[in-house]
Design a protein around this ligand. Sequence first.
Ligand SMILES: [Zn+2]
Ligand SMILES: [Zn+2]
Length: 333
Amino acid sequence: MIVVGADGPGKLQVRDVPAPIGNGRALVRLERAGVCGTDLKILDGAMPVAYPVIMGHEMVGVVSRTGSQGRLPCGTRVLVNPGIHCRNCYLCDTDRPHLCRHGGLLGRDMDGVFAEQIALEEHFLHVVPDVIDPDASGLLQVLGTVVHSQQTVAVMPGSVAVVIGLGVSGLLHLQLLRAGGVDRVIGITRSAWKLDLATRLGALAVATPEDAAGVVADVSGGRGADLVVEAVGTGSTVAQAIELCGSGGEVIVYGTVTGEGGPMPYYQLYFKEITLRYPRAARPEDYDRAIALAASGRIRLDPLVTASFPLENAPDALAAARSGEHLKVLLTP
Ligand SMILES: [Zn+2]
Ligand SMILES: [Zn+2]
């Protein structure tokens, strides 16, 4: 079967390898896999991994052989929870399996999902109903992490929210805030077509980073945002998130800042008593909630898929994802 791996920084490899042996685990055949910024960072060497590694952590597929638990019959569509955990440690026992130190992320800490078939224990698989079409289902893993990120924030109908960065995750955050009853969401990016799309997906206002402070002041009556979601992953956008946030507000740093970051407005964090949240991954129940939200049609996933490539053309898919001209790029069987 075909797999796509990184053999070292900048070394992308499409290889033919033997299919996995189930060994009590379920076998899942690829339906869609999503290319993510994390995959690009792994390929660039910006994220510490042990090479070689099969990349990818965003996948939906079809069970092709039932695991020993016998819970999921052949033919069941499933979303893969790529956050492998031991189910037997302090963090797992206290409902934080996504932070388990004995597991890791598929495609980063262990071989991932850019493969025609993978073998996984059934408790990492979540049933996906047929009402969610194949391309849309390729976004469910990201939606799960977005759902997790917003799980604990105190959004109210009168809240003003800002989303910095309108890639896939930013546009999902925007829609989830709207679905949660936040009427005033401001989207921020440099890209004109992403600003248009954000408006169509429910943003009340949009702005470039340069105009953001003025627009947030207008919409919030000068008090600043109650919630800012940073969905870029750079030190400067985290700093801007803190600056746009009002007193008593919350900032979710959803983007992954690797390396040193940069100067931070620490005094503003203190003076405005800002709550900073740093979600890493989703819990199993976040994936079930994401699937239910997508199935209900309250979150639109289709407009966020802009390209797809067969698995063997992964180099083209990763180049497309890197170009900045796409939202989600998918791999297909
Ligand atoms: Zn991802
Ligand atoms: Zn554990």
